[in-house]
Design a protein around this ligand. Structure first.
Ligand code: A3P
Length: 305
């Protein structure tokens, strides 16, 4: 049995967060996402949750504007599965680039966007840090309906990691998500895509930002990219950036009152959580699950001489 309680919405074989539009006619809402009227100027950010979605979203937003200015709203306002209606997105003038995002598996993304080869930015993070970040997120976010702390899940870290290992996670789990994207890139079904890794962006940001600007067709000076990198650092985004965007919504949803979107922002925090045995079991799981995959992940910083 899945560790995710039955009260959470389910689509196909996976559970979803209890976003209001997913609590009624879930298939109807997911069909609307499939039929979403994408534009060729749209940029679609695809991530498994807790992979640094807010970070890459802000970077893409700044690069596409050509200015190191924080966006006014959290990325949630353009997260398709959480939006009750797409009216506000449809009202965005054609001359403005829309930055849309979703954690939905590849198969459930808007058909028009994918078939027409509109831009996709896919951002990945190593699954151990994702697990830790997700666990902390789930323990710190109030139940949307009751606005109370979660009671029956995710229980404890040892239980959580056991279930995570079995792929029992929202959106069908990290392994399915990343394997789905890898396959879509290999088959060419997903063609116009920029792929970057959290660890790479942390370790050596400027080459990633330069390549991203090229992909987005934006002429950006090194000075601008350095400025964007600085404004999008964890320290800046979690203080200045968050307050400019009014993080009161996030804090109201938080059990501890801390912003659960910006927690530590590090590579390798998993070492503070996994026991030796859990880590060995997890490594075996990666080996089995990713045996046909060419994806490689970094689990720590590479210390340069
Ligand atoms: P941690 O919980 O490990 O700190 P998402 O935006 O997909 O929900 O991902 C959240 C994770 O990205 C959190 O990880 C958060 O701290 C991290 N993050 C957010 N902004 C970041 C930034 N500017 N630089 C590095 N990590 C960032």
């Amino acid at each position: 049995m899945s560790y995710i309680p039955e009260r959470f919405p389910r689509y196909k074989d996976y559970a979803l967060p209890p976003f209001p539009p997913l609590k009624g006619n879930i298939s109807g809402h997911l069909d609307k996402i499939k039929d979403f009227e994408s534009r060729d100027s749209d940029i679609f950010i695809c991530t498994f949750p807790k992979s640094g979605t807010n970070w890459i979203n802000e970077i893409v937003s700044m690069i596409s504007k050509g200015r190191s200015e924080y966006s006014e709203v959290y990325k949630n306002t353009a997260m398709l599965e959480a939006l009750p209606s797409f009216g506000a997105l449809h009202d965005v003038p054609e001359s403005t680039t829309r930055i849309i995002n979703s954690h939905l598996p590849f198969a459930d993304l808007p058909s028009k966007h994918i078939q027409n080869g509109y831009k996709v930015v896919h951002f990945l993070r190593n699954p151990k840090d994702v697990a830790v970040s997700f666990y902390n997120h789930l323990t710190n976010i109030k139940d949307f309906t009751t606005m109370q702390a979660p009671k029956d899940y995710p229980a404890s870290w040892p239980l959580y990691i056991e279930h995570y290992c079995r792929g029992e996670e929202f959106y069908g789990g990290w392994f399915n998500y990343e394997k789905g994207f890898e396959k879509a890139k290999e088959t060419g079904e997903l063609s116009n895509v920029f792929t970057a890794h959290y660890e790479q962006l942390k370790q050596d940001p400027l080459p990633v930002l330069r390549a991203l600007a090229n992909f987005l067709g934006v002429k950006a000076t090194d000075e601008l990219l350095e400025d964007i990198n600085e404004r999008c650092s964890f320290d800046k985004m979690s203080t200045v950036g968050a307050s400019e965007k009014d993080d009161s919504v996030i804090k109201a949803m938080s059990v501890t009152g801390k912003n659960f979107i910006f927690r530590k922002g590090q590579v390798g925090d998993w070492k503070n959580w996994f026991t030796v045995a859990q880590n060995e079991a997890f490594d075996r799981l990666i080996e089995t699950n990713m045996k046909d995959s060419k994806l490689k992940f970094r689990y720590e910083y590479i210390v340069k001489d």
